[in-house]
Design a protein around this ligand. Structure first.
Ligand code: HEC
Ligand code: HEC
Ligand code: HEC
Ligand code: HEC
Length: 233
């Protein structure tokens, strides 16, 4: 750890760019990710996350809305108390803005890849160049490079931001706007990370070649990779 200040200082002196801070990275949208990860994209497309924006439209999911004391006839698609959890990167650089077409150029009107994996502006180029490095020089890239550039590997925390964002939940950083769909409304809204992360609700998992290595390795990685599908040729 003693080394760190010297490294930073050296980098500053020679004018080398320091890695972008996680909070500074911009959202790039689903279509940038699926250019390379098309199979995860096709699978994600079928999930509730991909269609989350639809639920804000008038007369969608009327029964659930009535039960949560919402007005089923109301258009909630421009309501800032709703769109944050039903879109990607709302209120953050490059993220969804009220009035944007949900499936527009960047397709941010859904719970997209970056809602769980982190804003991609800082790390997406690294994925391609690290793969080339492995092919050309048989060299892997430390996963830490990705974390430093804003890729998220703490999935439990990512889910909590939306699923546990209500008063009295175990998520200590919960703050308004809260989700109207809490266990008090219906026990089925109880969010259990261990169960939810293994559900069909995310996307199917495919075998990784090992372009990246070292920490931070997500806790579920080894388990998921054991039963992951082979990438199509
Ligand atoms: C230029 C192609 C490309 C783009 C664009 C891209 N990736 Fe990747 N990604 C890769 C490659 C190649 C790997 C390494 C896969 C392997 O090890 O088999 C990777 C790895 C990953 C991993 C696993 C990293 C690990 O821990 O080993 C995740 C998660 C991921 N990408 C998500 C995303 C998301 C989300 C986006 C959009 C913001 C994105 N990728 C954009 C090519 C890309
Ligand atoms: C803090 C995040 C958050 C906010 C804010 C939020 N939601 Fe949601 N919403 C969720 C989550 C998470 C779910 C999934 C709940 C589940 O199935 O366990 C959900 C589910 C829903 C559903 C589907 C419920 C069902 O049973 O099918 C509707 C409809 C909905 N939200 C509408 C709204 C409306 C309208 C607003 C604004 C008044 C809103 N949401 C605000 C996070 C949020
Ligand atoms: C940006 C907010 C957001 C994040 C982050 C998020 N979700 Fe969701 N999730 C939602 C919303 C909103 C819905 C409901 C979609 C709808 O029906 O409109 C949902 C629905 C689901 C469903 C389907 C529920 C059902 O009854 O069909 C599962 C499973 C789920 N989420 C698991 C997760 C897990 C696991 C994570 C973390 C790895 C996560 N989610 C991260 C917002 C989020
Ligand atoms: C609701 C959260 C969530 C969303 C949305 C999501 N992922 Fe994932 N993703 C995960 C989890 C959890 C894993 C498994 C943990 C791991 O291996 O890193 C994972 C794993 C991956 C991996 C590693 C290989 C694999 O198949 O397991 C890639 C690549 C990936 N996701 C890409 C994407 C892309 C591209 C999108 C958008 C089209 C996306 N993810 C959307 C949660 C999510």
């Amino acid at each position: 750890m003693k080394l760190l200040p010297c490294v930073l200082l050296a980098a500053t002196l020679v004018g080398a760019p320091l890695p972008a801070l996680a909070e500074d990275a911009a959202y790039v949208g689903v279509r940038t990710c699926t250019k390379c990860h098309d199979v995860q994209g096709e699978s994600w497309e079928t999930t509730a996350h991909a269609k989350a924006f639809e639920s804000l439209k008038p007369n969608a999911k009327s029964e659930a809305k009535t039960k949560a004391k919402l007005d089923p006839a109301k258009d909630y698609t421009t309501d800032k108390d709703c769109v944050g959890c039903h879109s990607t990167g709302f209120g953050k650089p490059g993220g969804y803005e009220i009035g944007m077409a949900p499936g527009g150029q960047k397709a941010l009107g859904s719970v997209g890849c970056e809602s769980c994996h982190g804003a991609g502006g800082g790390y997406r180029d690294e994925h391609g160049s690290a793969e080339k490095l492995l092919k050309k020089a048989s060299q892997t890239t430390p996963r830490k490079t990705l974390a430093d550039r804003g890729q998220n590997f703490d999935y439990e925390r990512a889910c909590a931001v939306c699923h546990l964002n209500y008063q009295g939940s175990p998520y200590k950083e919960a703050r308004p706007p809260h989700t109207p769909f809490t266990p008090a409304v219906d026990a089925k809204y109880q969010f259990q990370f261990d169960k939810a992360v293994r559900s069909q609700g995310l996307h199917e998992h495919y075998k990784l070649k090992g372009v990246f290595d070292g920490p931070p390795v997500p806790a579920v990685r080894a388990e998921f990779q054991k039963s992951a599908k082979d990438l199509p040729e």
